[in-house]
Design a protein around this ligand. Structure first.
Ligand SMILES: NC(=O)c1ccc[n+]([C@@H]2O[C@H](COP(=O)([O-])OP(=O)(O)OC[C@H]3O[C@@H](n4cnc5c(N)ncnc54)[C@H](OP(=O)(O)O)[C@@H]3O)[C@@H](O)[C@H]2O)c1
Length: 341
């Protein structure tokens, strides 16, 4: 028998927390005990794990005694405060928020791209932003072959990226509009049903948003290459689950669509759906609920030297969050790294 772990899910009632519980069970992660933690309002709530009932507890400073591994997805403020408390109690933290991602002491890991960065963890490992994860999974095999010098990405991001409240808002507003009523707005600044919002997260001084800046900074850190120029425009669209991205790449060396297809067909975690003659391309309705990063519309960009266009789609709650975190946990277990050095 291999080692089994006491695993805490912090934010166990949220959109990502639900996916974490599901994916830990689906993939048979060796869980000795699952500890479900959330805010005080969920204390005593009955949740499910592997067909069994688990009682959710309020997250406190004492929550981590005897816990081996904690998967955090309860917002940046909670992670900033409680991840160090968990680590100091001897618990390895995989954090889904943006709180620790750019800390030089914290590895930022996508297992298909930079698994070895996990080896130098000091107790906290960060899970990247959802949009960045699926983009770097598709970029990595191409970068290794012909070095990507510039990326222009536009995202089409699902509302589940904002959490459970936003999914309810899209459904509620759609119903209101179809019933001829005025939609009520609470999560986003404007109605999201039948609309697109060119704002994800807050605006920065240079006119970009924090989500766009995350894509710039996190791509460089994960790929281990500060020379890649990245420019991003992030859009919220009325899709329930599954982020889509138009990705324009420029390479240092020639890269044909045929060669890109060949490299991506062998890349871990990637599924190519690219058959224009049969109108086959990746879509969020197909990606939702699955684990792969889907790549299609692979074609040359004739307006620049060594340019390629891609369309990349993945389930933001799974590969963009919970699955990536569970894959990190699996690698930690495989490498004997579930310990605070
Ligand atoms: N959704 C995505 O695609 C995605 C992707 C990558 C990263 N993330 C990150 O994951 C985190 C959660 O996202 P989500 O989409 O799952 O949001 P969500 O559906 O709103 O869930 C938030 C979770 O955090 C818990 N929580 C809130 N305040 C807390 C507190 N003070 N102490 C303890 N628990 C608290 C909530 O518990 P209660 O139910 O008790 O309030 C709930 O379980 C965020 O940091 C987000 O940036 C999300």
């Amino acid at each position: 028998m291999g080692r089994e772990y006491r695993v805490a899910v912090v934010g166990a009632t949220g959109a990502v927390g639900v996916a974490m519980r599901t994916i830990l069970a689906e993939r048979g992660f060796p869980v000795k005990e699952l500890i479900a933690l959330a805010s005080s309002k969920s204390d005593g709530k009955e949740l499910e794990y592997c067909g069994e009932k688990v009682v959710c507890r309020e997250l406190t400073a004492d929550s981590f005694a005897g816990v081996d591994l904690a998967l955090f997805s309860a917002g940046g403020g909670t992670s900033l405060k409680f991840a160090p408390i968990a680590r100091d109690a001897g618990c390895v933290v995989v954090d889904n928020s943006s709180a620790w991602r750019m800390d030089p002491q914290v590895p930022l890991v996508v297992p298909e791209v930079n698994p070895d960065d996990m080896d130098w963890h000091k107790g906290i490992i960060a899970n990247p932003n959802c949009s960045t994860i699926q983009m770097v999974v598709a970029m990595k095999p191409l970068h290794d072959e012909a070095r990507i010098t510039r990326v222009v990405v536009s995202t089409y991001q699902a509302v589940s990226g904002t959490g459970a409240k936003a999914i309810n808002e899209l459904v509620r507003q759609s119903g209101q509009i179809l019933a001829g009523e005025k939609p009520t707005v609470s999560v986003y600044p404007y109605q999201i049903a039948f609309n697109c919002l060119p704002q994800i997260d807050v605006f920065l001084e240079d006119g970009s948003t924090k989500e766009e800046q995350k894509m710039v900074d996190e791509t460089k850190k994960i790929m281990g290459d500060n020379s890649i120029a990245v420019t991003a425009t992030c859009i919220r669209v009325p899709v329930q689950s599954g982020h889509s991205e138009s990705v324009n790449l420029q390479f240092a060396a020639p890269m044909t669509p045929e060669h890109a297809r060949e490299l991506l067909s062998r890349a871990p975690g990637v599924v190519i759906v690219d058959d224009p003659a049969n109108q086959a391309y990746p879509m969020p309705i197909v990606a939702a609920g699955t684990d792969a990063t889907y790549v299609g519309r692979i074609r040359r960009d004739p307006t620049i030297e060594n340019g390629l266009n891609l369309w990349v789609v993945a389930d933001n709650l799974r590969k963009g969050a919970a699955l990536n975190a569970v894959q990190i946990a699996e690698l930690l277990a495989e490498r004997g790294l579930v310990r605070v050095p």
